[in-house]
Write a protein that binds this ligand. Structure first.
Ligand code: GTP
Ligand code: MG
Length: 193
């Protein structure tokens, strides 16, 4: 996919602020610091349009990115970050539910997990939560560059199994460091457009 144009449209905290629902939309969910913003940047070939950080909890709002005047990517705040108050967690839950439940143009959710490790309890919960809303999920196992080639298959198989993935959902190993898997991610996105 050739990306000619990518811009942040708005950082929203509630439905009133979402941009008009006129393009197919894909949300990126995943644990705090797993690499959501890095994946967006890699897909669109920008170094730092989506702000990345080694500190978890950087993205706190629903950030809408318009790509090629034809797709929205929505970077959603990460979950599973321990240093979050109960109040903040409730706010996060409300914001997510409002979005996942009501957004008509949302085609699929890209759920990012760390391929080095087994999906966490939070990852499993998030996957189940998305399936509860009957959303297609594209699961990405990121940080593939950190896993020796001989062990990759084992990690992929384990991730799918632990998540008890719906056979209709796609799993893609990926690295924001080396771009491996990037075209597979674009192909998966295209299959929902
Ligand atoms: P929050 O917005 O805080 O939830 O984080 P995020 O999920 O957007 O993560 P972000 O993209 O900011 O990346 C977190 C850290 O992981 C950064 O230091 C990235 O450089 C690193 N990282 C992300 N993807 C990869 C990858 O594929 N390989 C390696 N080696 N590092 C990665
Ligand atoms: Mg981020």
């Amino acid at each position: 996919m050739k990306v000619n144009q990518a811009e942040i449209v708005i950082s929203a905290v509630s439905e009133k602020q979402y941009p008009e629902a006129r393009y197919p939309e894909f949300a990126l969910a995943g644990r705090s610091n797993v690499g959501k913003s890095s994946l967006i940047n890699r897909l669109i070939n920008r170094k730092n349009l989506a702000r990345t950080s080694s500190k978890p909890g950087k993205t706190q709002t629903l950030n809408f990115y318009l790509i090629n005047e034809s797709i929205y990517f929505v970077d959603v705040p990460g979950y599973g970050y321990a240093q979050v108050s109960k109040k903040e967690r409730a706010k996060w839950g409300g914001m997510m539910e409002e979005y996942f439940k009501n957004r008509e143009t949302l085609q699929a959710v890209i759920l990012i997990t760390d391929l080095r490790h087994e999906p966490t309890e939070d990852d499993i919960q998030m996957y189940d939560y998305l399936k509860y809303f009957e959303l297609p999920v594209i699961v990405i196992g990121t940080k593939l560059d950190k896993i020796p080639k001989t062990k990759r298959y084992k990690h992929i198989k384990r991730s799918k199994k632990v998540l008890e993935m719906d056979p209709e959902d796609i799993f893609i190993p990926f690295s924001a460091e080396t771009s491996e898997g990037k075209e597979d991610v674009w192909n998966a996105i295209r299959s929902f457009m």
